[in-house]
Design a protein around this ligand. Sequence first.
Ligand SMILES: C[S@@+](CC[C@H](N)C(=O)[O-])C[C@H]1O[C@@H](n2cnc3c(N)ncnc32)[C@H](O)[C@@H]1O
Length: 285
Amino acid sequence: MTDLARSSASTDRLPQAHLAEILSVVRARLGLDLTGYRPGTVERRIRTAMIASGAPSSAAYVERLRTDRHLARDLLARVTVKVSRFYRDAPAVERVREALAARAAATPGPLAVWSAGCGRGEEPYTLAMLLDDAGAPAGPDVVATDVAPDALAAAEAATYPADALPELPRPFRDRYLTPVLGAGRAAYRVHPAIRARVRTLRHDLSAARAPPDPGRFDLVACRNTLIYFQPALQRRALELLLDALAPGGLLWLGPAEWPALARDRLEVLDRRARLFRAVGGGADA
Ligand SMILES: C[S@@+](CC[C@H](N)C(=O)[O-])C[C@H]1O[C@@H](n2cnc3c(N)ncnc32)[C@H](O)[C@@H]1O
């Protein structure tokens, strides 16, 4: 057992100099500044990446990280948590489904939706299904953004294991997914018409100065992403999300997230579903 694997069972902290060096390599080589993230999660994930690399010590890992591009990419993939599933938190999705249907009925053309921190695509494809189900004319109307290249690559591949689907209603599964043979286990491919509604884009909520399309989105979903940020970064990211909303546009957060500092710009549509509406006009929801 390496020293690292041995110390991972304890509460040992990484030497701060090594941690700082790792964060600086991630910033310089991969363009992501992790200093605004919650340090506990970042440190745990770095430690997991170190152990997986087989490096005998954190000093050895840092040394390798400076020159090994694959190792740096592996670290970024591990530090960005991509747990998700289709129709995640079904009761909240149902509330969004109603609100989107109301907005679609009041809007002549396609709706514009942004899934920020889209993970492997389960969320933007769910939203594309809701738009199709609501009869909203096809766009591409869902912009799916993430900072992690492996998340965007998976979203573009649009093929998922069965364990991504437990909450997806059966009629949606039958209508919008096609079973395919994965690597020896059941997998499901997103139907081309739903795939075509989603456009993927790299966008970093911690560094970007603007959303992809300011002031244009009918719905911005940013779920289970802000929780990884410290309060200052949460506030900055929230400003971006708000700047993305069209008048009366909807903001949808994760169950542990709340837009505390945006009282004057948002009204609560559904507290439990974490669904909010930009004040200043829009369709009934
Ligand atoms: C737990 S997943 C959430 C997926 C989906 N929104 C959901 O709720 O099921 C968090 C996502 O946020 C992404 N992420 C982390 N930091 C980010 C940043 N600075 N900008 C954009 N996306 C980020 C991660 O790569 C990951 O895909």
